[in-house]
Design a protein around this ligand. Structure first.
Ligand code: F6P
Length: 320
């Protein structure tokens, strides 16, 4: 193998830069050239591609976002878009592709392999942590820490004013951020898309807490489960409590990656290169119980990462 391409696709996640750095430096270590592809599949189609060297990835391990930038490409979902990208495989003489992103990006890579036979290895990079086959995806730990940091700050003002706070966090289809941040932040209630929530029950719990002297309450709502604003309105109406809503939005996705995310990204990026060099394709690298593993991409894409009910139940018990 002489040359591979690397791209980041979908929503950015903190630690993607550490993964790019690992791909580039591990490939160069093995004498393999790397072409960086900008703006995900959009740049692949438009030939926004250039060689990377050791210096291209200097001073990025601590930076959030992705130096290659990213996009959600509609064009790559169509056969014509992929056909244009295949021209660039030839033009840039690529013999393998590392795709850093979420499941939508992986689906594109698998389809591209099926049509054009360029080996692909995927690296899970999404704050949502909704990809099976790995304990964590790159960026999740940083996002959870961002949310916990926000909860700590909101808790100060919530206590001072004796208020109920709804904090809406990211996760259109996945409650992982809400669950982890809710447990770590000591939230009274966690509302996630995977489990139905009942506003009456949430209000009853708030009232029980109030009666035994709780001065404030924090409720974490994943954006895919309910609208934080609407839930805040209903709770205020039903309980009469002074209720405020904070929507954390994209600040969850930014900032310097935690050490955990940098280590995870470095290990996964390096392993992706090893797999391509050893002739593998259609794999996703992951970390399971501290060990780096290679999973079958097709199986990953047909599976679903279930929510950890032990964590959900524990958070409920501890916040009683
Ligand atoms: O990257 C995943 C994610 O952050 C989801 O949690 C969120 O719902 C979505 O992306 C937001 O996407 P966009 O940045 O395109 O609004």
């Amino acid at each position: 193998m002489q040359r591979i391409g690397v791209l980041t696709s979908g929503g950015d996640s903190p630690g993607m830069n550490a993964a790019i750095r690992a791909v580039v430096r591990k490939a160069i270590y093995h004498g393999v050239e790397v072409i960086g592809i900008k703006h995900g599949y959009t740049g692949f189609i438009e030939a926004e591609m250039a060689p990377m060297n050791l210096g291209s990835v200097a001073d990025i391990i601590h930076r959030g976002g992705t130096i290659l930038q990213t996009a959600r490409s509609e064009e790559f979902k169509a056969p014509q878009g992929r056909a244009r990208a295949s021209q660039n495989v030839k033009r840039f003489r690529l013999q393998g592709l590392v795709i850093i992103g979420g499941d939508g990006s992986f689906r594109g890579g698998l389809q591209f392999y099926r049509e054009y036979k360029i080996p692909v290895v995927c690296v899970p990079g999404t704050i949502d942590n909704d990809i099976p086959g790995t304990d964590c995806s790159i960026g999740f730990d940083t996002a959870v820490n961002n949310v916990v940091d926000a909860i700590n700050k909101i808790r100060d003002t919530a206590t001072s004013h004796e208020r109920t706070f709804i904090i809406e966090v990211m996760g259109r289809e996945s409650g992982y951020i809400a669950l982890a941040a809710g447990l770590a932040g000591g939230a009274e209630t966690i509302v996630i898309p995977e489990l139905s929530a009942n506003v009456e029950e949430i209000c009853d719990k708030l009232c029980r807490g109030y009666k035994r002297g709780k001065l404030h309450s924090i409720i974490i709502v994943a954006e895919g489960a309910a609208s934080g604003l609407e839930m805040g309105r209903q709770i205020k109406e039903k309980t009469g409590f002074d209720t405020k809503v904070t929507i954390l939005g994209h600040l969850q996705r930014g900032g310097t990656p935690t050490a955990y995310d940098r280590i995870l990204a470095s290990r996964l990026g390096a392993e992706a290169v090893e797999l391509l060099i050893s002739g593998e394709t259609c794999k996703m690298v992951g970390m399971v119980s501290g060990k780096i593993v290679a999973e079958n991409l097709e199986e990953i894409l047909s599976g679903k990462k279930e929510i950890d009910m032990d964590i959900y139940n524990l958070a409920a018990i501890l916040s009683i």
